[in-house]
Design a protein around this ligand. Structure first.
Ligand code: FAD
Ligand code: MLT
Ligand code: ZN
Length: 489
């Protein structure tokens, strides 16, 4: 594959034949549930399934199948396993590590037709839904029932809840609601040999043996296909506030975070970080005016959600008075209505999309000790600047080096916005970034996973013993290795 010059197609996998395609068409019907790239007519239809959100990774699948039920997933996988046909599970295809597209000619199993909400219990707040339900659809359904999906992220309009679970996505409110490992109560999944693993429990507590569903959370489609989930959803808070601050140093951002935890405590639902450069690029790429007049090296977005508007406003006002009075924040604005809330959030959620505006972007998603988190952004920028790679003209590959992320989770997104993918830039970045992170016992992938992008670097964050145990698990569930090959481990 031209995207992966160092990789070779594994000859143990069979090549797709007309007979295989016929099997899938007989199973799923000859409508849009099968996109047959072996036939001339498929043409461009198959392209979007072969190419990732960043347009950085591109595979060569000749077949996309869209099962409509768990039984169909089971039949597809059993057939592929028996015939040694490699597969890639695919949700909304918004993943950021190249995990959701084939590397060579793996068959894409796309979950978009499995999009039914199965049940919701208004007393317990437990939602059971197919894996292919779009995150925003699930959350809108829950909103009507005064509940909220315990995960939110910028890709909510396209990503699927099965994909969110498969990547163990973190997102914008993890600080409040915790991770998928705690909120997912049950999983229905299909193993490569077609076995349906029905562990769609609706119990909060169940200490009866190993918690096997946890392996599918963050498993990135390497041991089976998630077909449904059961998830605990909190009550939706009727009182919401969003504030956007400008701050003069990263030291002050940390102070503001401490004060927010202290003073807003149980109503704090997000604390997001954006550096001044990320906001400038957001402004340049979208033409949207930034919320504050002056320029600041750092910005943060704070969201509160609680059950009592007066109580929350009182707390927020006291907090604002304190951080402004003590000059912890230099300037700030609080949203006055729903529209303003959304436009403040857009300054944070819109960053990933605008970074690709000039051509490409190198993305690093890191867990680091909070105090040192931003040093890496400065050091990376200095390094690339010294190498003469950063600047405004076409001759410079790098537009800018920015940092943003989930301050509340000590999760930094270091991004290098570029005009083109360039080996000179890559050489400066790697292994520098990974070594920097490893020397501080951080993680080289906090929330996006490994996919193909980070696979080779797992050793910076996991010991040989841990990687070996992972390989044993992979071998146990997927002895033929057909599930999302060439990735993860
Ligand atoms: P895909 O991209 O289709 O797949 C991702 C991986 O999961 C692949 O390895 C795939 O094989 C596997 N997979 C998908 N569905 C299944 C299934 N049913 N069974 C088994 N395996 C499956 N991530 C965060 O953690 N936090 C964020 O804040 C965040 N923000 C984002 C913002 C934007 C604008 C974008 C584009 C991405 C963002 N992401 C974020 C990345 C994130 O991983 C995805 O958005 C999302 O979780 C993936 O869901 P998806 O349905 O698109 O999965
Ligand atoms: C985010 O927090 O915006 C996402 O994880 C996407 C990204 O890192 O760009
Ligand atoms: Zn993120």
């Amino acid at each position: 594959s031209e995207s992966y010059p160092s990789l070779k197609r594994d000859p143990k996998f069979a090549e797709l034949t007309q007979d295989d395609v016929k099997y899938f068409k007989d199973l799923l019907g000859s409508g849009s549930a099968v996109i047959d790239g072996l036939s001339e007519e498929a043409g461009e239809d198959i392209e979007p399934f072969n190419s990732d959100w960043m347009r950085k990774y591109r595979g060569h699948a000749k077949l996309v199948v869209k099962p409509g039920s768990t039984e169909e997933v089971s039949k597809i996988l059993k057939y592929c396993n028996d015939k040694m046909l490699a597969v890639v599970p695919q949700g909304g295809n918004t993943g950021l590590v190249g995990g959701s597209v084939p590397v060579f000619d793996e068959i894409v199993i796309n979950l978009s037709r499995m999009n039914k909400i199965r049940s919701f219990d208004e007393v317990s707040g437990i939602l059971v839904a197919d894996a292919g339900v779009i995150l925003e659809t699930a959350d809108s359904f829950l909103a009507e029932k005064k509940h909220i999906f315990p995960l939110d992220l910028g890709a909510k309009g396209s990503c699927q809840i099965g994909g969110n679970v498969a990547t163990n996505a973190g997102g914008l409110r993890l600080l409040r609601y915790g991770s998928m490992h705690g909120n997912i109560l049950g999983i229905e999944a299909v193993l490569p040999d077609g076995t349906i693993m029905d562990d769609l429990s609706k119990l909060r507590k169940n200490n009866t043996g190993y918690d096997i569903k946890q392996l599918f959370i963050g498993g990135e489609g390497t041991i089976g296909i998630i077909t449904a989930i059961s998830i605990l959803c909190p009550q939706r808070s009727p009182a919401m506030n969003v504030a956007y601050f400008g701050l003069d140093s990263f030291e002050k951002v940390q102070q503001a975070f401490r004060e927010a935890k202290n003073q807003l405590s149980e109503i704090l639902s997000a604390f997001e970080l954006m550096d001044g450069r990320s906001q400038k690029l957001y402004n340049r790429a979208t033409g949207k005016k930034l919320p504050l007049e002056g320029e600041h090296p750092f910005y943060c977005l704070i969201e509160t959600s609680g059950s009592n508007t007066d109580h929350d406003s009182e707390k927020l006002e006291a907090f604002l008075e304190h951080v402004m009075g003590e000059e912890i924040v230099a300037d700030g604005v609080v949203a006055q209505d729903q529209t303003q809330m959304q436009s403040l959030w857009k300054c944070r959620e819109g960053v990933p999309e605008c970074l690709g505006h000039w051509g490409g972007v190198y993305k690093y998603d890191l867990s680091l000790p909070i105090a040192e988190m931003y040093d890496l952004v400065n050091e990376t920028r200095d390094k690339l600047t010294r190498a003469g790679l950063v600047g405004d003209g076409e001759e410079h590959a790098v537009v800018d080096v920015v940092g943003y992320g989930h301050m509340g989770d000590a999760n930094l997104h270091l991004n290098i916005a570029t005009r083109r993918f360039d080996t000179a830039v890559e050489k400066e970045l790697e292994p520098f970034v990974y070594e920097w992170v490893a020397s501080r016992n951080g993680s080289i992938s906090a929330e996006h996973g490994l996919g193909i992008a980070k696979k080779a670097f797992i050793g910076y964050s996991r010991s040989e013993t841990m990687v070996k145990l992972m390989q044993q698990i992979k071998g146990l569930y997927d002895p033929n290795g057909i599930m999302n090959p060439y990735k993860y481990i």
